[in-house]
Ligand binder design. Structure first.
Ligand code: FES
Ligand code: FES
Length: 167
């Protein structure tokens, strides 16, 4: 059955969209990456390979890390989505402890891959606050960093595990 409207919950805000090919509507071919970046202005979700191979576009959907370039927005009706912009405290503007750990450990260089890596790490730590090295590697297997920041990423995640301060 074709749907003519959808509701997305992005960073705890409700958005309603109509589906179709008229101006302002979401066409059936639009990806979640496009909707987040181009309609909602959430450009922290990065666009790179657009074929599920790099992890730059990773967001959290209903608790799981997903490649938003591989999802059609029309298929996301009713889903809870968190982007990198949704991690900071909306009242104080304070960064999520995981974001701060990435800064403290210099876990990026150009930073293009970083939102995706943070969202994949966040999804892991929310479910499993004390992952093994292998579990971390598995969770980040789909996230590539051309600047080879992996070692520092591991340090940032290790810092979070030691702190047990995952929120
Ligand atoms: S842009 Fe989505 S996986 Fe590369
Ligand atoms: S920090 Fe540059 S691609 Fe990862």
């Amino acid at each position: 059955m074709e749907i003519d409207a959808i509701t997305l919950y992005v960073n705890k805000t409700k958005y309603e969209f109509s589906i179709g090919n008229r101006f302002g509507q979401i066409p059936g071919s639009e990806t979640l990456t496009q909707t987040l970046r181009e309609r909602l202005g959430l450009t922290g979700t990065k666009k790179s390979c657009e074929e599920g191979a790099c992890g730059c576009c990773t967001v959290i959907m209903d608790g799981d890390a997903v490649a938003s370039c591989m999802l059609l927005t029309v298929d996301c009706d009713g889903r809870q989505i968190t982007t990198i912009e949704g991690l900071q405290n909306p009242q104080t503007g304070e960064l999520d402890p995981l974001q701060q750990a990435f800064i403290d450990e210099y876990a990026f260089q150009c930073g293009y891959c970083t939102p995706g890596i943070i969202m994949a790490s966040k999804a892991l730590l929310d479910k499993n606050p004390h992952p093994s090295d292998e579990e971390i590697r598995d969770a980040l297997a789909g996230n590539f960093c051309r600047c080879i920041s992996q070692y520092h990423v591991f340090n940032a995640i290790a810092k979070m595990i030691r702190k047990e301060g995952v929120s």
